[in-house]
Design a protein around this ligand. Structure first.
Ligand code: PLI
Length: 460
């Protein structure tokens, strides 16, 4: 029998009850949260699609591995087990654990900023990555392909670098002023969109020609490898792990939020190919920021869970189901006419709120409006990825207008069933059918950095 979507490749051994609230309760709860879904208590959320970061379910083998965690301050067995797995997957020589992705960014990114007026170039910087680039005194330039902004149009690799934009940025800013090229795979802010191997190869060629380092921001590198296998010619018969290894061969360092394709609730990775000097710098700075270089902010038991999770996330059956769940939700919405980033990416369905609520201007945050409406409708929590998240220009302080106003329905790994996703689809479709009633928001309190997390709002 051929199914369109692959059923769960696991059985459920333990359950966590979730609470259903009434609409009257949710109206009060959202008001009390300052109309910012980040401020809702999770017990007041029925289906939580805020993020896929650290929210997935661990396997029995991961829980079992936690029991053998070695909590030694220095040189634990857990560290060496994790180091072995990271080196096996990446082929890199050096590994440092950190507590999560932004810990890796904080330790690593400033090391390449050697003078004033430097830039990092990425396909699209994730928000914490951009923040750490700026905190390190550099500036962030995004060079994603224009197809990424053509929401309804199919492109197999909407996460790709635009090669012309990349070359132009290097020429304009001067290669000596480029701290590094950050390849975000999959490209979260573009919709969890994959980057093709051909594109990575080309970026590597340009980086080599200009003597610039490439850093993989690989929170979802396994999902990227799955798309390469599925969509790029020549990779159909290759194992996912070998596709991942080829990916790593095109870079000099790997920063990972292990909370995604590491299948753990907390953890991060810095891996460096063969640059001993850079490794020594990171090893020095990880101590005050994160912890001794053999634990870097992680428990021994968590390093063991991650060692197992990294390998599980490279399993093709797991990946097919994972990405099919996202497609299932995407197909339901698209069939009902809801505008979404198409094709859907690896970890989320991104709803195009510019088309959904064109009557709400960017500085009244249309995607926040849609996000809040689906919480009110069904207790589903999603997240705004648009002008609210983009924030202000660090120099002029002007409110920036995002090219896309997206609501991200992010699917945690191995957590929800297809039935949960049916409920989500119904809620979004209902709000879409009543979209003319949606209103914008203004700030009640605006926090000065990463404002989407802690600001509060008033409906207009
Ligand atoms: O949340 P962290 O600190 O473990 O990782 C930061 C981070 C870095 N790069 C990329 C591509 C991310 O997606 C990322 C975190 N993403 C979150 C929290 C998300 O909700 O997408």
């Amino acid at each position: 029998m051929k199914r369109k979507y692959v059923a769960e490749p696991y059985r459920i051994k333990m359950v966590e009850p979730i609470r259903v609230t009434t609409k009257a309760e949710r109206i009060k709860l959202l008001k009390n949260a300052g109309y910012n879904p980040f401020s809702l208590r999770s017990e007041d959320v029925y289906i939580d699609l805020l993020t896929d970061s650290g929210t997935g379910a661990m396997s029995q083998d991961q829980w079992a591995a936690m029991m053998i965690g070695d909590e030694a301050y220095a040189g634990s067995k857990s560290f060496y087990r994790l180091e072995g797995v990271v080196k096996n997957i990446t082929g890199y020589e050096y590994f440092i654990p950190v507590h999560q992705g932004r810990g890796a960014e904080k330790v690593f990114l400033p090391q390449l900023v050697t003078h004033e007026g430097m830039y990092y170039i990425s396909n699209l910087h994730f928000d914490t990555t951009r923040a750490h680039v700026e905190l390190a005194g550099a500036r962030a330039i995004d060079c994603v392909v224009e197809d990424c902004y053509d929401i309804d149009h199919y492109h197999a690799f909407k996460g790709n670098f635009c090669i012309e934009k990349l070359e132009k940025a290097i020429a304009e800013k001067g290669k000596e002023n480029i701290a590094g090229i950050i390849m975000t795979i999959t490209n979260n802010s573009a919709g969890g969109q994959p980057v093709s191997m051909a594109n990575m190869r080309k970026v590597k060629e340009i980086a080599d020609k200009n003597g610039i380092m490439i850093i993989i921001d690989g929170a979802r590198y396994a999902e990227n490898a799955f798309f390469v296998k599925e969509r790029e010619e020549g990779y159909q018969d290759m194992d996912i792990i070998d596709i991942a290894r080829e990916t790593f061969s095109y870079a000099d360092a790997f920063l990972m939020s292990a909370k995604k394709d590491g299948l753990v609730n907390m953890g991060g990775i810095i891996a460096i190919k063969n640059n001993e000097h850079l490794y020594n710098l990171c090893r020095t700075f990880v101590v005050p920021y994160e912890g001794f270089p053999t634990y870097g902010g992680m428990n021994g038991r968590d390093m063991d869970a991650l060692a197992v999770g990294l390998m599980e996330a490279l399993d093709e059956n797991y990946l097919r189901h994972r990405i099919d769940q996202v497609r299932f939700l995407g197909d339901k919405l698209r069939d009902a006419g809801v505008p979404i980033q198409y094709p859907v990416g690896g970890h989320a369905v991104f709803v195009d709120c510019k088309s959904f609520a064109p009557h709400i201007p960017y500085d009244q945050f249309p995607a926040l409006s849609v996000t809040n409406a689906i919480y009110l409708e069904a207790g589903v929590r999603a997240v705004e990825i648009g002008s609210l998240l983009l924030g202000r220009d660090p120099d002029t302080k002007k409110n920036l207008e995002s090219r896309m106003e997206l609501m991200r329905l992010t699917i945690p790994r191995r957590l929800y069933t297809y039935d949960h996703l049916d409920v989500v689809a119904e809620a979004v479709i209902h709000v879409y059918e009543h979209r003319n009633e949606l209103k914008g928001y203004e700030f009640q309190y605006e926090s000065p950095i990463l404002r989407h997390f802690t600001s509060t709002f008033k409906p207009l």
